[in-house]
Design a binder for this molecule. Structure first.
Ligand SMILES: Nc1nc2c(c(=O)[nH]1)N[C@H]1C(S)=C(S)[C@@H](COP(=O)(O)OP(=O)(O)OC[C@H]3O[C@@H](n4cnc5c(=O)[nH]c(N)nc54)[C@H](O)[C@@H]3O)O[C@H]1N2
Ligand SMILES: Nc1nc2c(c(=O)[nH]1)N[C@H]1C(S)=C(S)[C@@H](COP(=O)(O)OP(=O)(O)OC[C@H]3O[C@@H](n4cnc5c(=O)[nH]c(N)nc54)[C@H](O)[C@@H]3O)O[C@H]1N2
Ligand SMILES: [Mo]
Length: 926
C-alpha cells in the first residue's frame, strides 16, 4: 500500500502503517523495546515522558522516545546499540533508586521490575530517596492501596482515569521530582469521587497503585503469585467484559480486564472487585429439602442458617423429590399447572436446556425470564418494526458517530464500561444528548441534557419527530428505499407540535427544535435506551418512537448509526435467543408457526410443541395466585424481590404446591421453596453467553464450586431425566451443537471457534468473519426488506399522583449493587461502599417534609409501605423519589405497580403514585 512507510530497525527493513510509532512497529515484528510510561493497550495515548524506550535514529543528535516517535521513509533506527541500551539502563537505575527494594516491593512482579530484569538491571548506583521525602501509605480505599513511594510520575494513572475511563479523578500535583498523583483536589483515595473502576491500578507499572487483595499487611505483594489464570466473562451486566481471573489457594485473588471486543481491557467496580460473592459463607453447598415441621412459608429464614426450615439431603434424594413434585402435578392436573422461570445469569446452553425441559416435559410454553421485566417492550417494538429484537449496532460503534441520544438509561452506573466509550465520544466533540427525568453523571459530558417529565417520552419524541417532518429534515431517500408506513406516520405526527407537547413533557419548544435539527442533520447518529423507556405501560410505544426517529433520519445500517437498547443481564440477549420466552422457540421462531413446531419435533425426537403461546412472568405469578399454576421451577431468578407488587408475588409463591429453586444462595425466593438445588456460580462453570452487542463469548471455569454445588446444565439434565425425558447431554458443548441445528444466528459460530477466539459476533458470514457489528445496511428482515413506522399516541402512566399519593416513585439501580442484592450484598467491597438501603429526593423536598439527609422516611403506595434512609440529590425532581430495588429491608417492589404494557407485558416499574412522610420512628426518637 502506498501509505505505508519503509524504514530500517536494527538492520531489518520494516513497514510502518499510518499512525504507527517505532515502538509499535518493533512490537509487531517481535521486538519489545523496554517501556514504562507507555502502555500497550487500546485507548492509551503514548506520552513519551519516562525515556525508558529510547532508540537511536541515524543523523539525530539526541535519542528518541520510540513510543511517540513515528518512523519516516528511509529512517535508520537502532534499538540494540550500546548507546541507547546504556541510556535506557541508566533511566531504569535512576527510577529504581527511589523505589522500595524488590524484596519489599508492593509488587515484586511489577511491569517495572520485569523491564529492569529484561535489561539486566537489579539495583541502582544512585543515591536513594531521602526518608523524609517518602510519601505515606494511603489505604483509605477498601479495594485499592496507594503507595506513592513506588510512583515514577509516569502519568499512566492520570491517563487511565482521565482519558480511558473519563472519570477525571486523578491529577498530578507538585513539580518535577516531587510531582505525585492526587485524587480530586488532594483527598485520600477513599474519600475522593473515585468510582473504583480500578483502571489506574491495572495501568500502574510499579505497584504504587495496587489492588488491596494482592498486598499483605506490610503492603508487600507479588502480582504474579497466583496458581491459575483463567480468561472468562464478567458475570454482571450485558456489556460482557472479558476478564482474566487470577486464583490463589482456590479463591479469586484479583481480576484484570482483557482486550475483549466490547471492553477493550476496561472494567468497572463490580467486574474488578465484585467477584468474592462466590466465596461468601452463605453459598449453598448441599441440596435442601423443606422440613416437615417447618414454619409457614415466608421470608422467615436466615440465609446463613437455613436448617431451621430445611434439612440437607443427598443429590439423589433432592432431585427425586424435586422431580416427583412436578411429575405429580403433571399427572393430577396436567402439565399446564407447572411453569418455569429461567435465568439470564446462566449460560446459553443452560437457558436452552431449561426452556426445552418445560416445553418437552410439560407440553406447553409457560416459560419466561427476567427479560419480561426488562426490555420486553423494546423487543416487541423492534420485532414489529425492524424484524429483529437485537441491537442493530454494537455500542462501540459510537466511535464512528457524530450524534448520539441516550434516553432512559444511566450507563455510568449500569453499563459503566459502555459509558467510558460514550464519554470518550463526547470528549472528541461528539454531540451527546441525554434525555432523562433524573439528572445523571453522563449529563456533565453531554451537549444537551433534557430533564423532562417522567412518563412523557412519547410526547417529547413525537414533538422532535414533528419538527423533523415539518421542516423536511428527514432522509427522504432512506425513507423511500427502506421503510413503509411513512405517509400514515406523517399525518399522525402533524398534531404533535413542540408548542403543544412542551407542556406535557416540560421541555421548551426551541430546545426540542434544536435537538431535532442536530439529530437529523448529523451524518451518523445512534440511539441508546434503557429501562426508563421500557418499564412503562407505554413502553412499546416509547420504543416505537425511537425506532421511527432513527428511520426518519436514516440512522440505521451504517457505521456510527443504529438502535441500541442496552441489554441488562450478562446473558439476557443469549437467554432470549435460546428461547426462554413463552411465545417463541430459540431464535424467536414463533410457537404458532407449524413449520417451526415441525422443525423442533424433528430435532427434539418427536416432541409435539404446544401451539399456544405461554404465559409471561407477571401472568404466571397471577396464575399462581389464582391456583391455576401449582408448581414452579426457578433457575437463577429472584422474583420474591424483583417482581412488581412483590407482596402479591410472595403470596403467590407461598401458595404453590411445589417450588423448586436452583440458585447459588438461599434467596428470598428460595425461602419459599420445597426443594433448593445448589448451583455452581458463573466463574465456576463453562458455557457461552451473549452480550448486548450480539457477541457470543466463552465463559470458563476459574475455580471449583463449593461443597456439592453443581453446574446448572448438569442439574437441569438430571432433573429432566427424572421427569421422564430421554436426555443424554454430557456437557455444554453438545448442547451448543444442538442449538445450532435450529438457530441461524449461530451460523459459522462453533464451540471450537469460541474456544480459540473467545468471542464471535452474530450474524457471522463465514468461518473467518468475526461477525457484523452493524446490521441491516441492505434492508430489514421484514416484508420486502422494509422497516416500519408505527405511530404512537400519548398515554398516561397507569397510576397518576392524587391527594393521597401526591408524588411520583421511580425505581432503578446503583453502581455497586446488582438487582435484588443476592450477589453484591455478599461481595465485600461492593457492600462496604454501599451498605445501607437508601432512596434519593431533592433537598428542597426533604426540607419540606422535615427530614435531614440521612434521616428515615416512610414511602407508601397503594400496594404497601416501607421506611428507608433518604439522601439529598438535586438530580431528582422535586416531586419524585428514586428508590433502588437491591435491599430486602426496604424492598422497592413492595411499592411498585404491576400494571402491564399490553404488547411487551412489562410492568410499570418506573412510575407509581407515592406518599412521602417523615418516618414515625425518627419522629419518636426526637
Ligand atoms: N450496577 C448495576 N448495573 C446494572 C444492573 C444492576 O442491577 N446494577 N442491572 C442490569 C440490568 S438487568 C439492566 S436492564 C440495566 C438497566 O440499566 P438502566 O436502563 O440504565 O436502568 P435504570 O437505573 O433502571 O433506569 C434508567 C434510567 O431511566 C430513567 N427514567 C425513569 N423514568 C423515566 C421515564 O419516564 N422516561 C425516561 N426516558 N427515563 C426514565 C431513570 O432516571 C434512570 O436514569 O442495568 C444493568 N446493569
Ligand atoms: N422495582 C424494580 N424492579 C425491577 C426492575 C426495576 O428497574 N425496578 N428491573 C427489572 C429488571 S430490568 C430485571 S432484569 C429484573 C432482574 O430480576 P432477577 O433476575 O430476579 O434479579 P437477580 O437479582 O439478578 O437474580 C438473579 C439470581 O440468579 C442467581 N445467580 C447468579 N448466578 C447464578 C448461577 O450461575 N446459577 C444460578 N442458578 N443462579 C445464579 C442470583 O443469586 C440471583 O438470585 O428485575 C426487574 N425488577
Ligand atoms: Mo434487566
Amino acid at each position: 500500500m502506498s501509505d505505508t512507510i519503509r524504514f530500517t530497525l536494527d538492520g531489518s527493513t520494516l513497514e510502518a502503517r499510518p499512525g504507527e510509532t517505532i515502538w509499535e512497529v518493533a512490537k509487531r515484528n517481535g521486538t519489545v523495546i523496554p517501556h514504562l510510561c507507555h502502555k500497550d493497550a487500546p485507548g492509551y495515548r503514548s506520552d513519551g515522558n519516562c525515556r525508558a524506550c529510547m532508540v537511536e535514529i541515524e543523523g539525530e543528535r539526541v535519542l528518541a522516545a520510540s513510543c511517540i516517535r513515528a518512523p519516516a521513509e528511509g529512517m535508520v533506527v537502532s534499538s540494540q546499540g550500546q548507546r541507547e541500551t546504556q541510556a535506557r539502563r541508566m533511566v531504569m537505575e535512576m527510577l529504581l533508586a527511589d523505589q522500595p527494594e524488590r524484596a519489599a516491593a508492593h509488587d515484586r512482579s511489577s511491569h517495572m521490575w520485569d523491564m529492569a530484569e529484561m535489561q539486566g538491571v537489579t539495583e541502582s548506583r544512585f543515591p536513594t530517596i531521602e526518608p523524609e521525602r517518602i510519601p505515606l501509605l494511603d489505604d483509605s480505599h477498601i479495594a485499592m492501596s496507594v503507595n506513592l513511594d513506588a510512583c515514577i510520575q509516569c502519568g499512566l494513572c492520570v491517563r487511565a482515569c482521565r482519558e480511558v475511563q473519563v472519570n477525571d479523578v486523578i491529577g498530578m500535583a507538585g513539580r518535577g521530582h516531587d510531582a505525585y498523583p492526587v485524587f480530586d483536589i488532594d483527598d485520600p483515595m477513599g474519600a475522593s469521587s473515585c468510582v473504583a473502576c480500578g483502571e489506574c491500578v491495572q495501568a500502574c507499572p510499579t505497584g504504587a497503585l495496587m489492588p488491596a487483595s494482592v498486598l499483605d499487611e506490610a503492603q508487600e505483594g507479588d502480582s504474579a503469585d497466583f496458581d491459575s489464570e483463567t480468561k472468562s466473562i464478567c458475570p454482571f451486566c450485558g456489556v460482557g467484559c472479558q476478564v482474566s481471573i487470577k486464583v490463589k489457594d482456590g479463591k479469586v485473588r484479583n481480576v484484570d480486564g482483557i482486550n475483549g471486543p466490547s471492553n477493550e481491557g476496561r472494567l468497572c467496580v463490580k467486574g474488578r472487585f465484585g467477584f468474592d460473592y462466590i466465596h461468601h459463607g452463605h453459598r449453598l453447598t448441599k441440596p435442601l429439602i423443606r422440613r416437615e415441621d417447618a414454619p409457614e412459608k415466608g421470608l422467615n429464614v436466615d440465609p446463613g442458617n437455613p436448617l431451621t426450615h430445611f434439612r440437607e439431603a443427598s443429590w439423589d434424594e433432592a432431585l427425586a423429590k424435586a422431580a416427583e413434585g412436578l411429575v405429580d402435578l403433571r399427572s393430577y392436573y396436567g402439565g399446564k399447572t407447572v411453569a418455569g422461570f429461567g435465568s439470564a445469569k446462566c449460560t446459553n446452553e443452560e437457558a436452552y436446556l431449561f426452556q426445552k425441559l418445560i416445553r418437552q416435559g410439560f407440553q406447553h410454553n409457560n416459560v419466561d425470564h427476567c427479560t419480561r421485566l426488562c426490555h420486553a417492550s423494546s423487543v416487541a417494538a423492534l420485532m414489529e418494526n425492524v424484524g429483529s429484537g437485537a441491537v442493530t449496532a454494537s455500542f462501540n460503534e459510537i466511535e464512528n458517530a457524530d450524534v448520539a441520544i441516550v434516553i432512559g438509561a444511566n450507563p455510568t452506573e449500569n453499563h459503566p464500561v459502555a459509558a467510558t466509550f460514550f464519554k470518550q465520544f463526547a470528549k472528541r466533540g461528539g454531540d451527546l444528548i441525554i434525555m432523562d427525568p433524573r439528572g445523571q453523571a453522563l449529563g456533565r459530558h453531554a451537549r444537551s441534557m433534557l430533564q423532562f417529565r417522567p412518563g412523557s417520552d412519547v410526547a417529547m419524541l413525537n414533538a422532535i419527530m414533528n419538527v423533523i417532518v415539518e421542516e423536511k429534515l428527514y432522509d427522504r431517500q432512506y425513507v423511500e428505499g427502506f421503510t413503509e408506513g411513512f405517509f400514515e406516520f406523517r399525518e399522525h405526527i402533524r398534531a404533535f407540535t413542540p408548542e403543544r407537547m412542551a407542556e406535557q413533557c416540560g421541555i421548551a419548544p426551541d430546545i426540542l427544535r434544536d435537538v431535532a435539527r442536530r439529530f437529523a442533520g448529523a451524518q451518523r447518529g445512534m440511539i441508546f435506551w434503557g429501562m426508563g423507556i421500557s418499564q412503562h405501560v407505554h413502553g412499546t410505544d416509547n420504543s416505537r418512537c425511537l425506532i421511527s426517529l432513527a428511520l426518519l433520519c436514516g440512522h440505521v445500517g451504517r457505521p456510527g448509526t443504529g438502535l441500541h437498547p442496552l441489554r441488562g443481564q450478562n446473558n439476557v440477549q443469549g437467554a432470549s435467543d435460546a428461547g426462554l420466552i413463552p411465545q417463541v422457540m430459540p431464535d424467536y421462531q414463533s410457537v404458532t408457526d407449524p413449520e417451526v413446531r415441525e422443525l423442533f419435533r424433528h430435532i427434539w425426537k418427536g416432541t409435539q410443541i404446544n401451539a399456544a403461546p405461554g404465559l409471561t412472568v407477571v401472568e404466571i405469578i397471577d396464575a399462581m395466585y389464582r391456583g391455576e399454576i401449582k408448581g414452579l421451577y426457578v433457575l437463577g431468578e429472584n422474583p420474591a424481590m424483583s417482581d412488581p407488587d412483590v407482596e402479591h408475588a410472595r403470596a403467590s409463591l407461598a401458595k404453590l404446591d411445589h417450588l423448586v429453586v436452583q440458585d447459588i444462595f438461599l434467596t428470598e425466593t428460595a425461602m419459599f421453596a420445597d426443594v433448593v438445588l445448589p448451583a455452581a456460580a458463573f466463574p465456576e462453570k463453562r458455557g457461552t453467553v451473549t452480550n448486548t452487542n450480539r457477541q457470543v463469548q466463552m465463559g470458563r471455569r476459574a475455580v471449583q464450586a463449593p461443597g456439592e454445588a453443581r453446574e446448572d446444565w448438569r442439574i437441569i439434565v438430571d432433573l429432566a431425566r427424572r421427569i421422564g425425558l430421554d436426555w443424554d447431554y454430557d456437557g455444554p458443548r453438545g448442547v451448543f451443537d444442538e442449538m445450532k441445528m435450529s438457530m441461524r444466528s449461530l451460523h459459522h459460530i462453533t464451540w471450537k471457534r469460541l474456544e480459540a477466539e473467545d468471542s464471535v459476533t452474530y450474524p457471522c458470514s463465514g468461518p473467518d468473519d468475526p461477525g457484523q457489528s452493524v446490521v441491516f445496511g441492505d434492508g430489514f428482515p421484514r416484508r420486502a426488506g422494509r422497516a416500519k413506522f408505527t405511530p404512537a399516541r400519548v398515554t398516561p402512566p397507569a397510576e397518576l399522583p392524587d391527594e393521597n399519593f401526591p408524588m411520583v416513585l421511580t425505581t432503578g439501580r446503583q453502581l455497586e449493587h446488582w438487582h435484588t442484592g443476592s450477589m453484591t450484598r455478599r461481595a465485600s467491597v461492593l457492600d462496604a461502599v454501599e451498605p445501607e438501603a437508601n432512596c434519593s429526593l431533592h433537598p428542597d423536598t426533604l426540607r419540606r417534609i422535615g427530614v435531614v439527609p440521612g434521616g428515615m422516611i416512610r414511602l407508601t403506595t397503594r400496594r404497601g409501605t416501607l421506611t428507608v434512609m433518604a439522601r439529598a440529590d438535586r438530580a431528582v425532581a422535586e416531586d419524585m423519589v428514586f428508590l433502588p430495588f437491591a435491599y430486602v429491608e426496604a424492598a422497592a417492589n413492595i411499592l411498585t405497580n404491576p400494571a402491564l404494557d399490553p404488547f411487551g407485558k412489562i410492568p410499570e416499574f418506573k412510575y407509581a403514585a407515592v406518599r412521602v412522610e417523615k418516618a414515625e420512628d425518627t419522629l419518636a426518637a426526637e
